[in-house]
Ligand binder design. Structure first.
Ligand SMILES: [Fe+2]
Length: 309
């Protein structure tokens, strides 16, 4: 079946769906909001077992002081331990430019495999140059346990989860679907928040529009979980919506907005935006799967390339 915009609509049981959508699986999703970076991390529990996944964790940083800490990640670890869950996957929807990942810290304590989109290699190539990294910085994604391609599936207990390749905000963005819940990363914001910027190196507004259409082609009732919310127009922070509500109400791409309209709007908006406060530390850490960079003597050290971004 086709909607007005001419894109293929995928519904449960629709044989046209290239993805193994199963809306009857309803995982328990627990959100952890980080008010320093407006990021939402998730613990997603398989309804049939004690298996779980973590999506987009956060490591705390006081950038001015050059000090890291783990309060946010510790809250997630505590929750998983208290519920005696078995952490099987630690998912990064993309290389975040506004917060640092705590994936290695969580993995060290709870195990689980760390996964990101296969195009991480493109991101590593780009930022390896910008940060003038030496040959010891591998650009093959080998810091991760799994590099997802479009449509790849993986198990969280009895749940068959899958990744949808959704580039545009960055070249390595993936949306992860677990039962009737999809974790959209920065592909979409809440309907009244619209969409994320597409002007980072390797970003592309037209490509982002096309990726968003893939998400909007999922079943209307699918729950969507945001990676960020900034409480537009003074409303309280929210992170959960549905495909149907995004399709009807998203202020940037909903109600049949065209690709041309979106590209024009997004490009003009992005030209006005400042760089995220934590982009320099975030990229250096996240392109290493959350490992902290070291200098030649082995000391933990971040760089500030001048006029590099
Ligand atoms: Fe992002």
């Amino acid at each position: 079946m086709f909607n007005g915009a001419g894109s293929v609509r995928l519904t449960e049981g629709d044989t046209m769906s290239p993805y193994p959508v199963n809306m009857s699986v309803k995982p328990d999703v627990r959100a952890f909001f980080d008010d320093a970076t407006n990021t939402i991390s998730y613990v997603v529990k398989d309804p049939e077992s004690n298996a779980c996944a973590v999506v987009d964790s956060v490591m705390d940083i006081d950038y001015a002081a050059g000090r890291i800490s783990f309060d946010h990640a510790d809250a997630i670890i505590k929750d998983i331990r208290e519920r005696e869950l078995d952490l099987q996957w630690i998912i990064e929807t993309h290389v975040h430019a506004d917060h640092l990942s705590a994936a290695p810290y969580i993995q060290q304590q709870l195990g689980g495999k760390l996964g990101i989109g296969a195009n991480i290699r493109v991101v590593q190539e780009t930022f390896g140059k910008i940060f003038n990294e030496g040959t010891e910085f591998q650009r093959d994604g080998s810091q991760f346990d799994k590099l997802f391609e479009d449509g790849d599936t993986y198990q969280v207990g009895s749940m068959t989860c899958f990744a949808i390749f959704t580039p545009g905000h960055t070249p390595a963005c993936m949306v992860h679907v677990m039962g009737d819940a999809a974790f959209v990363g920065d592909t979409l914001f809440m309907p009244d928040g619209g969409s994320a910027r597409a002007d980072f190196p390797g970003g592309d507004a037209g490509v982002l529009y096309d990726s968003i259409q893939k998400v909007l082609s999922l079943p209307d009732e699918m729950r969507l979980f945001m990676c960020h919310d900034y409480g537009p127009n003074g409303r309280d922070i929210r992170w959960e919506t549905t495909v149907g509500d995004e399709r009807r109400f998203n202020i940037h791409v909903g109600a049949g907005k065209t690709r041309e309209e979106f590209i024009k709007f997004r490009t003009e908006r992005d030209a006005q935006l400042d760089m995220p406060r934590l982009i320099l530390p975030s990229l250096q850490v996240n392109m290493r799967a959350g490992q902290l960079p070291k200098d030649q003597s082995g000391r933990l050290m971040l760089k500030v390339p001048l006029n590099g971004l």
